[in-house]
Design a protein around this ligand. Sequence first.
Ligand code: GZL
Length: 322
Amino acid sequence: MFRRLIALAAGASLALTALTACGSDSGSDSEGSITLGFSQVGAESGWRTANTKSIQDSAKKAGIELKFSDAQQKQENQIAAIRSFIKQKVDVIGFSPVVVTGWDAVLKEAKAADIPVVLTDRAVDSDPSLYVTFLGSDFVEEGRKAGQWLVDQYKDGADPVNIVQLEGTVGSAPAIDRKKGFEEVIGANPNLKVIASQSGDFTRAKGKEVMQALLKAHKDIDVLFAHNDDMGLGAMQAVEEAGLKPGEDIKIVTIDAVKDGMQALADGRFNFIVECSPLLGDQLMDVAKKIDAGEDVDKRIVTVETVFDQAAAKEALPTRQY
Ligand code: GZL
């Protein structure tokens, strides 16, 4: 705030000078480098690793000083990191909230300290006045796209299609919203039935473990919908170890489109991936600069993303950034 006041005052005095004595030269730039404190969820998936790299590379490119903290998927670590950024009087705080609830207190502390907060990747249920903007994907739409592919695949079939769902981290926005969008769309075809749905916490290891249990409990699984590639890749191993062919005996639909997922798709072991872009770094730095300059920022910035079938994955792989 203080920096912004200086900028505004400098602007005002410049304008005044210009009015009273034309030809005055522009004031020196009061901009120094911006300090951004960022609390990251963790390093649970290929998507997260790519997201971290994007933020770190973009900060360097933008000349923004980045204080980065990895919360190992624990909310208490994120809250502690945000409090530390407040104490250090950073210019802007950014974070990707591991879960939707429990942020009101620390966001109010940031507001009281007059430090603007930017949400990236995941949303919170706090009052929107407590943060400047939410920059990230529309997870409900991602779930809908996954569901629509299944509806299209099975539109002419009369047999029941048994689906198991590997959900993301319990209480996280992507897990809640992807499930919501997926189940809303597959409701269009009464043959499409979710016979089991369990969290794999967005990790490969947990995805494999849960899929092993599901394969033991259900002998008639036709489709796996996993909320991210990493859980799908772990589950794919469980399917193969059970003597079944992933992509054929059990169709696999996932979300993210990180390189390992795209390779499985190109190899025919996945069937469809909905992209969720982790490359949010440049947009985050742009928002930080706008905030610091006192410029307006949209309350919601939705990332642009697409979908991939097996042919599209083969084509996209050679130039895939992540
Ligand atoms: C989505 C992001 C999710 C990814 C997972 O924006 O929050 O978290 O889909 C990651 O791979 O773990």
